[in-house]
Design a protein around this ligand. Structure first.
Ligand code: C2E
Ligand code: MG
Ligand code: MG
Ligand code: MG
Length: 286
């Protein structure tokens, strides 16, 4: 009976599977075209000093404008692009455009410390032999402030460490690039890499932030992460802050930086310019 039931289920499942594979094939074909035509867009989410209440940087987040579906979020095409290798040209496009947009933002700002730009990099890009040259070219963008590029990698890269990754990282550090671990705490890597790998920043994953301050266990975890980071001389950024109570708790335990809808959603470069201009007025009376 179990077998018969299994068969019935399979028969019901099969058309769905076929639809899904067709949809995937379709998405892949459209991704090909979109990459050839560079039909992507970037949004920038401010990173905020939650104690001084200042924008210190922006994270570049890619979108795919689609005639029928609007702005397709990266969760719906980055995983496929990683599988197919499309992430290489797409990632190069992101790096080029994010740095040139940032050069523009930095020139509009009169701050002593202009905002930095943080770019997400997939494990596959990190392994790609052309990646270092892409970063070099991005750093040559006219007007880009030296030392203002940060790359976000995931714990999966740290798990696959080898001579190539270590040499690449040394080169990047030599070029003044800062390295952030994204979604910190969600991967499977050991804490040892915090000691062995030249990391500058930990981005505490949103799932740890969601239940503070009401869940004392989450509060303890976040506090622990902040303390480890302090001891190792790393910056911490809390991701996905949505509530004032979260911000207060984080400020109280010395988590200095944050990102989230409470401060700002990902925005266009023009909106970013306006945010910086308002900041200039607030802080310098101009
Ligand atoms: P991520 O790097 O961890 O980026 C944070 C995600 O959380 C972004 O989603 C952002 O819009 C969202 N977010 C920020 N603040 C809040 C908040 O307060 N509440 C909620 N609910 N969400 C918030 P997005 O833009 O959809 O990006 C999703 C993921 O896609 C990113 O996660 C990143 O892993 C990947 N991604 C985005 N752009 C790129 C890219 O250019 N290259 C690569 N390789 N991956 C990218
Ligand atoms: Mg990120
Ligand atoms: Mg993240
Ligand atoms: Mg994330």
């Amino acid at each position: 009976a179990a077998k018969a039931a299994g068969k019935r289920q399979w028969r019901r499942f099969q058309p769905q599977l076929r639809d899904r594979m067709a949809a995937r094939h379709d998405l892949q074909a459209r991704l090909d075209t979109a990459i050839a035509r560079e039909e992507f867009a970037l949004r920038y989410q401010p990173v905020v000093d939650i104690i001084a209440d200042e924008v210190v940087g922006f994270e570049a987040l890619v979108r795919w404008p689609h005639s029928r579906r609007g702005l397709v979020p990266p969760g719906q095409f980055i995983p496929l692009a990683e599988e197919t290798g499309h992430i290489m040209p797409l990632g190069a496009w992101v790096l080029r455009n994010a740095t040139s947009d940032m050069a523009r933002l930095q020139n509009g700002s009169r701050w002593a410390t202009p905002p930095y730009i943080s770019v997400n990099v997939s494990a596959r890009q990190w392994r790609d032999t052309g990646f270092l040259d892409e970063v070099r070219r991005a750093l040559d963008t006219p007007g880009l402030v030296p030392g203002s590029l940060q790359l976000e990698l995931t714990e999966s890269v740290l798990m696959q460490r080898d001579n190539h990754i270590d040499a690449l990282t040394r080169e990047l550090k030599g070029l003044g690039v800062r390295i952030a671990v994204d979604d910190f705490g969600t991967g499977y890597s050991s804490l040892r890499y915090l000691q062995e790998f030249p990391i500058d920043v930990l981005k505490i994953d949103k799932t740890f932030i969601d239940d503070i301050p009401q869940d004392p266990r989450q509060v303890a975890l976040v506090e622990g992460i902040v303390r480890i980071a302090d001891t190792l001389g790393l910056q911490v950024i809390a991701e996905g802050i949505e509530e004032p109570a979260q911000r207060e708790l984080l400020a109280g335990i010395g988590c200095r930086f944050g990102q989230g809808y409470l401060f700002a959603r990902p925005m266009t470069v023009e909106q970013g310019e306006q945010v910086l201009r308002r900041h200039d007025q607030r802080h310098h009376g101009r």
